[in-house]
Design a protein around this ligand. Structure first.
Ligand code: ADP
Length: 505
């Protein structure tokens, strides 16, 4: 094959360079005056070949660069050190500027003397913009990663970690450099560690979301191998057909610890309450049973007295005494059953009950013998306040206790009155008061009135009011005492009204 003619090569090269339209190619003499201006230069810079020929190429530089003598400096550098490449602003004929990548080469004569320069100017505005946008978004992502308060991990479809926030570094003990490019499963203990690749491939093939957009509580593993609970929310994004997943992680170990503490505390409290309730109940079983048993004794004594009398026994009175005794025996059985249930279940059996009936029954029991002691009882029962939510036996015990205490307090006083009142209280509650004209609360028990074993009585166990409080509070009510105007004490307690409800049978 014959070697190509040199002339043809030069012509081909010229043609080739001339065809380049994406850059301005020009030649200058040693002083920087334009000697050749190719088509690309026309297109990019706006000057026609004839306009620019012989003009200084310095005209392509912005004024600031000209003042600084930049074109001459660049030419000198190219002459001294070989081809120079730089980025800077260039000016079109219309005065508009663009970012350019300029290469300048010194051209020499065969004797080595400087003949001129070749310049190639490429418009890099678009590239610059893209680079800047990228840098900006990179910066943006960096700033998010550095400041987002929750740990954030970005992975690709294969689980390779792409970024790792500052909070994640702190949480996991790994630095970003440690983890970038590695499989995210390194942050998980088993079973997730071994299954995570599978989770991802299943998601890729089925698109079935198990965690994305849902959020889960899972266990994660720190660098030191310790594990902690975390809440993970995963978001998905795709660009150019590639998917990335962003995981936001909330460390739950603190919260869980606090919650666990709370649970511990609660169960402790329940335990304490249970033990004290059981203690109170067990030791007061006798106390409570005393009431119906005493009543039974009284009724049977009375019956026996009646039978012992001369003449025909008064059948009605006998019948009443015996049936009251039977009622009290049932009541005693009920108390035992309820106390046992209470201890077993720790709760009361609340139903809708008729309050006036409950008060009537309890008063008959509590005030047995009171008339003989010439205590007057006044009932101010509001008939409109009928239905309450109560464990009948327990609330009756409260009423009985308060009435018994009232009778005791009146003792041998001059005014001997007990007033039982019902009234509406705030927020759907009903208030029951027992007022006496007695001695008033003794100073020594005032402070612990409702606590166990506070008593001023020789035979007293000091349990009655503490049981009252337990019962009333279990009913969602409260109990308190205050001095009565004109002497004596008013005990009051509240229970829930059940207006509009049917009475439970
Ligand atoms: P106990 O009846 O075994 O004494 P309680 O809990 O019923 O136990 O009462 C505790 C103490 O409160 C009594 O000993 C008494 O001093 C005082 N108390 C209770 N009710 C009254 C009242 N209505 N008037 C004056 N003091 C009372």
């Amino acid at each position: 094959m014959a070697p190509p003619r040199l002339g043809t090569l030069a012509e081909d090269l010229a043609l080739f360079v001339e065809s380049a339209t994406d850059r301005a190619v020009l030649l200058t003499d040693a002083e920087g005056r334009v000697t050749a201006w190719l088509k690309g230069a026309e297109t990019l810079m706006g000057w026609g070949r004839d306009e620019i020929a012989g003009e200084p190429a310095d005209r392509l530089y912005p004024i600031g660069d000209l003042t600084a003598g930049l074109p001459a400096l660049e030419r000198a550098a190219a002459a001294d050190n070989g081809p120079q490449r730089s980025e800077g602003w260039r000016v079109r004929k219309d005065g508009s500027e663009f970012a350019a990548d300029t290469t300048i080469v010194a051209l020499r004569n065969p004797d080595g003397s400087l003949r001129g320069f070749g310049l190639s100017i490429v418009d890099i505005t678009a590239r610059k913009a893209a680079e800047q946008a990228l840098a900006h978004s990179e910066l943006h992502v960096r700033s998010i990663l550095a400041t987002v308060p929750s740990a954030m991990v970005v992975i690709d479809e294969l689980g390779t970690m792409l970024s790792f926030s500052a909070a994640a570094e702190k949480l996991f003990g790994w630095s970003e450099a440690d983890v970038i490019g590695r499989n995210v499963k390194m942050l998980m203990p088993n079973p997730d560690h071994d299954r995570h690749d599978q989770y991802l491939s299943r998601y890729r093939s089925t698109g079935e979301r198990r965690i994305i957009g849902i959020g889960r509580i899972i266990v994660a593993q720190r660098r030191d191998g310790t594990q902690f609970p975390m809440e993970l929310s995963v978001g998905e994004a795709s660009s150019d057909g590639r998917r990335i997943f962003t995981g936001f992680i909330r460390d739950l170990s603190e919260e869980q610890r606090a919650e666990f503490k709370l649970q511990e505390l609660q169960s402790e409290l329940i335990h304490v309450a249970r033990v004290s309730a059981m203690g109170t109940m067990a030791s007061t079983l006798a106390h409570e049973l005393n009431q119906p048993l005493t009543a039974i004794a009284n009724y049977t004594h009375a019956a026996s007295d009646l039978l012992g009398r001369d003449g025909a026994p008064p059948v009605d009175l006998l019948q009443e005494a015996v049936s009251e005794a039977a009622k009290e025996a049932l009541r005693a059985g009920n108390i035992v059953r309820r106390l046992r249930d209470f201890v077993a279940r720790g709760e009361v059996e609340q139903r809708v009950e008729n309050l006036p009936d409950m008060i009537d029954e309890a008063s008959r029991l509590a005030l047995m013998g009171a008339r003989e002691r010439s205590v007057r009882t006044i009932f101010k029962i509001d008939p409109a306040i009928e239905k309450v939510v109560a464990d009948r036996v327990q609330i009756q015990q409260v009423i009985v206790n308060l009435l018994r205490n009232a009778v005791d307090a009146i003792g041998e006083g001059a005014v001997r009155e007990i007033t039982v009142t019902t009234a509406r209280d705030l927020q759907g509650m009903v208030r029951i008061s027992v007022a006496d004209t007695g001695s008033g609360i003794a100073d020594e028990v005032q402070a612990q009135l409702f606590e166990a074993f506070a008593s001023t009585k020789e035979q007293g166990m000091g349990l009655g009011l503490s049981i009252c409080r337990t019962i009333v509070e279990a009913h969602g009510g409260r109990i308190w005492a205050e001095p009565r105007e004109g002497g004596g004490t008013v005990f009051q307690f509240t229970i829930m009204s059940a207006d509009g409800e049917e009475i439970d049978e």
